[in-house]
Design a protein around this ligand. Structure first.
Ligand SMILES: Nc1ncnc2c1ncn2[C@@H]1O[C@H](COP(=O)(O)OP(=O)(O)OP(=O)(O)O)[C@@H](O)[C@H]1O
Ligand SMILES: [Mg+2]
Length: 497
């Protein structure tokens, strides 16, 4: 690093929502070639901080310093023009254009005739940039044909092309598989080497310790501290963000496993699920691993009736079920806790309590009693999962990402089903709350429930599952007894080498 001027700084930045201070005098400096990681529990204020930097929201007080200037607030346009690029989960690309067109959008290479885009030279340049960053995407492909991970890479490439000096990423790996996460880590590393300053938010502390130069810990909106990575360790971070010791490697309690309870036989759906069969016993956690796109979620959707399977049967204790839609599945005591809470799981217009109790409709005749019971149930879940809300009537959309996930979980955990299917149950959830969720899952197992748990989080898959089924290209290729298996073993099986 040649000069020590920060490329971005925040001084005493604060934000209050409805009298509740969610960011309290936070300060940091970011330098060229530095990766600053922001960590904290769900609701700690991480996304709020980056929204202030990207210009999405105004702080109440404090100063943002960028490019030699100081600002009391930015708008999204200013932020972008000052070289701050924010990679959002909701991708801002144009599906019907090619990779190359998207890189140059708003900045097209014009040909000899005005207003005619020179596609050839644009494609060539796009290829160069992609190669330079070691990104293996065909520049001529349509964006609609790219995977989520590729789209995210493309957004980063675009920011790089637009000469962004600061790249902000809020939980960029939460929807990525193992391999994709590894290549993102590599890309961040490359960009850092090219002098970008990077702000990186993640609940995966392995990632933080792999790529972070400095670590900013937030707790309840307050800045616990800003530390060089070399000065601290994982336990220090966990202790200071959660306020107690928790473990990166959860050790679950063993519960007795009973007889076969769920029989899934020869399930097929389109090209995504091919002739899948397995059993799950009472009290068993059956983990399902595989790469993103290996058919895991589609298998769950076929069992739950979210899609109409082409073939196969599902039995509970030998009794064949007729499932044509999720309603049938719920009636037959099957729950599906989906990973895509935005699309399927949350009711934006309802408050937190109603979101939790929504599937418990028949509590008796008196509305007053019903209200009381709902209130009690919702409160118990909010307490158990430490959902950060001011009151149960708060609207769910104002909750932080992880707290929304916990509200969805809370709803299903109240349900008396026989089979619980979890799809990425702790996605976006902080390390303290993860433990609570794991304990609740084990609690279900103890009651003799059967659990199918799809997960891309390897430590989670390994620490929670009694057996692990591995999916590859729609097939369940292997079922492993979870004894002495390592992450590396699993990855080999996922990829097939
Ligand atoms: N528009 C809003 N109105 C009211 N409260 C809000 C709003 N946006 C965020 N909050 C509150 O601000 C706090 C901080 O939220 P923020 O999204 O910054 O948390 P986070 O650290 O990113 O958490 P997570 O890890 O769950 O993503 C939360 O308590 C949240 O409920
Ligand atoms: Mg957040």
């Amino acid at each position: 690093m040649t000069n020590n001027e920060p490329i971005l700084s925040a001084k005493q930045v604060s934000k209050t929502y409805g009298g509740h201070c969610v960011l309290d005098k936070v300060s940091f400096e970011l330098h060229s070639g530095e990766v600053l990681c922001v960590v904290g529990e769900n609701g700690a204020g991480k996304s709020t901080l980056i929204k202030i930097l990207s210009g999405a929201i105004r702080p109440d007080s404090g100063i943002i310093g960028v490019h030699g200037g100081t600002y009391s607030a930015l708008n999204p346009r200013e932020s972008m023009q000052l070289g701050i690029a924010t990679i959002y989960q909701e991708v801002e690309l144009i599906d019907s254009l090619s990779v190359s067109d998207n890189i140059f959008l708003g900045n097209e290479t014009l040909g000899r005739f005005p207003l005619v885009i020179d596609a050839d030279s644009q494609n060539k340049k796009a290829r160069q940039i992609l190669d330079m960053l070691h990104i293996d995407i065909d520049e001529k492909m349509l964006v609609e044909d790219l995977s989520a991970a590729q789209k995210q890479n493309l957004q980063i490439v675009k920011a790089f092309h637009q000469e962004a000096r600061v790249l902000i990423m809020d939980e960029p790996t939460s929807s990525l598989g193992v391999e994709e996460t590894r290549s993102l880590m590599q890309l961040v590393h490359d960009l850092r080497g090219r002098g970008l300053g990077i702000i990186y938010i993640s609940h995966y502390l392995e990632e933080i310790f792999e790529i972070g130069d400095t670590i900013l810990i937030l707790k309840d909106g307050e800045q616990v501290g800003l530390y060089p990575r070399a000065d601290i360790d994982v336990n220090f971070v966990i202790h200071n963000m959660v306020g107690r010791d928790a473990s990166m490697f959860f050790v679950r309690e063993r519960v007795p496993i009973g007889a076969d309870q769920i029989q899934v036989e020869n399930i097929s759906w389109k090209d995504a699920v091919k002739d899948v069969s397995f059993n799950v016993r009472a009290g068993e956690v059956f983990g399902i691993g595989g790469l993103v796109g290996s058919g895991r979620s589609e298998l769950a959707a076929s069992i739950f009736g979210m899609v109409r399977k082409d073939a196969g049967t599902i039995r509970i204790s030998g009794q064949e079920l007729s499932i044509n839609n999720p309603k049938d599945a719920i009636k037959n005591k099957i729950c599906f806790i989906t990973e895509d809470r935005k699309k399927y799981a949350l009711f934006d217009s309802m408050d937190v309590q109603d979101n939790i109790v929504i599937i418990h409709t028949e509590f008796g005749k008196s509305p007053l009693l019903k209200q009381k019971k709902e209130n009690r149930l919702a409160k118990s879940m909010i307490d158990k999962l430490h959902i950060a809300v001011d009151n149960t009537e708060e609207s769910v959309i104002s909750l932080s990402g992880g707290n929304q996930q916990k509200a969805v979980l809370g709803r299903w955990l109240l349900n008396d089903a026989t089979l619980f299917i979890f799809d990425e149950p702790t996605k976006g959830v902080d390390i303290g709350a993860k433990e609570e969720i794991y304990k609740l899952i084990i609690e279900l197992a103890r009651k003799g429930k059967s659990i199918i748990m799809i997960s891309s989080d390897m430590p989670e898959l390994l620490s929670m599952s009694d057996r692990i089924g591995i999916m590859r290209e729609g097939r369940l290729i292997k079922i492993l007894d979870n004894q002495r298996i390592t992450e590396e073993d699993l990855i080999h099986d996922f990829i097939g080498i």
